[in-house]
Structure formats: structure tokens, C-alpha cells
Ligand binder design. Structure first.
Ligand code: PLP
Length: 400
């Protein structure tokens, strides 16, 4: 009898984590490596948030909490949804989990039966297809062309819906493209969804505070309140408050679903860390000006990276509305041979040769279900970004 369950063969380890691990190993071996592969802010968690966690420890908030999250945190989440997007959720419609990732996992495991389909616009975050597959569902990938700013067209969504469709995922701003949807962009998508009352919607808004140039993000329920009864609005503290290690994510959803997710969570994690919840409470209800400072830094970095990548021979890089990623096309490099002798047969060969020859770690597009591109995270300091982009330019100039 095999030790490892068959279900584990349906998924692969996160490729972004694999590349970051390889970059770290090269660095440990003494190589000069700049990693643009991580999906986390380089900023430290703000002082007031850390202090709240310390106070929680000292004050004895060290016990189990309600499985769905402390009443105070759920209320603060509801309040943030109200202030930020005009959404109205009661406390029993809010669930707090160990990261947004666990919210997604809970929702899928709680609802998918074998063969149920989940529509995922691509490029997409690496974990959606794997989590769906782990929950016995079938990921249905819908490509979104670069020419359309990587945005999903309503007609493509309509064409992907079948009688087996249970979920539709939307991630705005998007990892890996940074593409964000305005209310106007979402309208035709909502119109399609209104015509298909059996489809549930999972909107992952985890980057919605990181938007630039005055862009106003929107979320599904805000644009079409009639979809509220079948939408999960997910968010978290990882990206907006530089709190990836604290592992707090949350969602607003109809009580029928939060109840099911709560049941699952009660037999898996028993809920999130009490200390992290106290920190997240301060993040959501304390001063928010830290976010504007971060946004200002990110926008300058985005402009630097987009400008420099567009000067690299064979690359084309769009200027996204949000998050901290760009997703340039490397199709102009295909078929060439690098200075180190690697034939660039695809995006994976490109990032592998780039790491080995120039010490720059990025993630190939195929990991995000979209070949011919690669993802650069600009959540790192300006000097490293400038040096990394210079090396990418040199690498591309060396292709023959
Ligand atoms: N959703 C997207 C699109 C992400 O990029 C990430 C993290 O990289 C997450 C969700 C999960 O974040 P966390 O589990 O840290 O809340």
C-alpha cells in the first residue's frame, strides 16, 4: 500500500516557492543573487501592529478563540468591508482563517464534489488550480490575452460556463499581472453571472489597497448587489499591512457558506492564532496611513521596472494598475541562445538561464498558466531592482 495518498498526486509544490528556494541555495553557495520571485512586501510590519501583538501576549490573549475568529476581529473586518467597499456583512457572515489561502481551501473543500468545475481566468495565482484539484474539482482555465490588458472578456466567461460550473474565481488586482478591474470592467462580467444563478463567485481582493495612478478598484458585490448571495469576498492582511508571516486572511460570504467553512476549520486548524488576530485587529482598525506610504514606494518601483524592462531586447512589459508584480512577455527571445549557451525554448528556459547566468530569480509564466511571459516582483528595494533590471537587459542583449 502506498504511503502517499493519490490525491496528493493531483497537485504540484508551489513553483514560486521552488524558485525562491533555489535562489536562496545559490546565495548560500556564495553567488550574488537578486530575487524578484517572492510574493511578499519587503516592508516590515508597522510598529503599532507589532505592539498590539505584544500586548496580547502580555495580557493573556493566549488561548483558543472562536473558530471563526474573535468577535472583535470579525467586527473590524465587517467594518473595513463597509468603509472600503460599502459592503454590508454581519459577524456571522465573516470568517477569519490562517491566511487568504486557507479561506480559499476551506471554500473549495466545503463545496466541491468530484467533477465540479471552477473557472479560473489566466494568468492566475499558482495556488487556485491546485487547491481546486485537491478538493476533487476541475480547474477550467480561461486565457486572458495580454492585448486586452490580461482582462477577462465577458464572452469568454460565458463560453466557459457549463452545467458543472460551481465556482468562478476573480483576482483583482491580479497576481501575477497586476491587472485590476474597475466597476466599469466588472459590469459585463456581472451581467454574465446574473444569467447563471448556479455559479458561485470567489473574489480574491487581497491586493486591493495596492493600486496606483488614482485607479479605483471595485469588487463584485459592490457592482452588483444581486450577486451577494453567492459571492465570497476574500481579503487579508498579508499584502496591505506587510503581514505575510502572521497568517491572517478573511472573507465575507453568505452564512450558509461561512457556517460550512467554520465546520471544516473546527476540525482542521481550530482557527487562527489568537496573537495574530490581535495584531490584525490593530491593522484593520488602527491608523491606515502606512498604506499610502507603501503605495508611493511601489508606484515608483513599478515605473522604474516597467521602463527598464521595456528597454530590454525581446521583452514587452505592460504598466499594470496594482499589486507589486509585472508580467512581461519574453516571446521576442524565443528560439535564441543565451551567452551561456542555453537555448531559450520557452519561458522556463529563459528564467533558468537568467538565474544561472545573471543571478536574477524570476518566475516563468507557465507557473501561472500563461507561457511566453515571466513574473517580476518589485516588492524589493530600488537599488536591487535597478541592478536586476540592468542584468536582465544584459542577458537579453546577449541572446543570439
Ligand atoms: N491570493 C493571492 C492572489 C495571492 O497572491 C496570495 C499570496 O501570495 C494569497 C491569496 C494568499 O495570501 P495569504 O495566505 O498570505 O493571506
Amino acid at each position: 500500500m502506498d504511503l502517499i495518498a493519490a490525491r496528493l498526486n493531483k497537485i504540484s509544490p508551489s513553483q514560486t516557492i521552488a524558485i525562491s528556494t533555489k535562489a536562496r541555495a545559490l546565495k548560500a553557495a556564495g553567488r550574488d543573487i537578486i530575487s524578484l520571485s517572492a510574493g511578499e512586501p519587503d516592508f516590515d510590519t508597522p510598529r503599532n501592529i507589532k505592539d498590539a501583538a505584544i500586548r496580547a501576549i502580555e495580557g493573556g490573549e493566549t488561548k483558543y478563540t472562536d473558530v471563526a475568529g474573535t468577535p472583535a476581529l470579525r467586527q473590524a473586518v465587517a467594518e473595513r468591508f463597509r468603509i472600503d467597499s460599502g459592503l454590508d456583512y454581519t459577524s456571522d457572515e465573516i470568517i477569519v482563517s490562517s491566511g487568504g489561502k486557507q479561506v480559499i481551501y476551506n471554500a473549495m473543500v466545503a463545496t466541491l464534489n468530484p467533477g465540479d468545475e471552477a473557472i479560473i481566468p489566466a494568468p492566475c495565482w499558482v495556488s487556485y488550480p491546485d487547491i481546486v484539484a485537491l478538493a476533487d474539482g476541475v480547474p477550467v482555465i480561461v486565457p486572458c490575452a495580454a492585448e486586452n490588458g490580461f482582462k477577462l472578456r465577458a464572452a469568454d466567461l460565458e463560453a466557459a460556463i457549463t452545467p458543472r460550473t460551481k465556482w468562478f474565481f476573480l483576482n483583482s488586482p491580479c497576481n501575477p499581472t497586476g491587472t485590476a478591474y474597475s466597476a466599469e470592467d466588472l459590469r459585463p462580467i456581472c451581467d454574465v453571472l446574473l444569467r447563471h444563478p448556479d455559479v458561485w463567485i470567489f473574489t480574491d481582493d487581497i491586493y486591493d489597497k495596492l493600486v496606483y495612478d488614482g485607479f479605483v478598484p471595485a469588487t463584485i458585490v459592490q457592482v452588483e448587489p444581486k450577486l451577494r448571495d453567492r459571492t465570497v469576498t476574500m481579503n487579508g492582511v498579508s499584502k496591505a499591512y506587510a503581514m505575510t508571516g502572521w497568517r491572517i486572511g478573511f472573507a465575507g460570504a453568505p452564512a450558509v457558506l461561512t457556517k460550512a467553512m467554520n465546520k471544516l476549520q473546527s476540525q482542521s486548524t481550530s482557527g487562527s492564532s489568537s496573537i495574530s488576530q490581535a495584531a490584525a485587529l490593530e491593522a484593520l482598525s488602527g491608523p491606515q496611513d502606512f498604506i499610502a506610504d507603501m503605495v508611493q514606494a511601489y508606484v515608483a518601483r513599478r515605473d522604474l521596472v516597467v521602463g527598464m524592462l521595456n528597454q530590454a531586447r525581446g521583452l514587452t512589459c505592460h504598466r499594470p494598475e496594482g499589486a507589486f508584480y509585472v508580467f512581461p512577455s519574453m516571446e521576442g527571445c524565443l528560439g535564441k541562445v543565451s551567452a551561456g549557451g542555453t537555448e531559450i525554448v520557452d519561458d522556463e528556459a529563459f528564467v533558468t538561464a537568467l538565474l544561472e547566468e545573471e543571478g536574477v530569480a524570476a518566475v516563468h509564466g507557465a507557473a501561472f498558466m500563461f507561457a511566453g511571459h515571466f513574473r517580476v516582483s518589485y516588492a524589493t528595494d530600488t537599488e536591487s531592482l535597478r541592478e536586476a533590471c540592468m542584468r536582465i537587459q544584459r542577458f537579453c542583449a546577449g541572446l543570439r
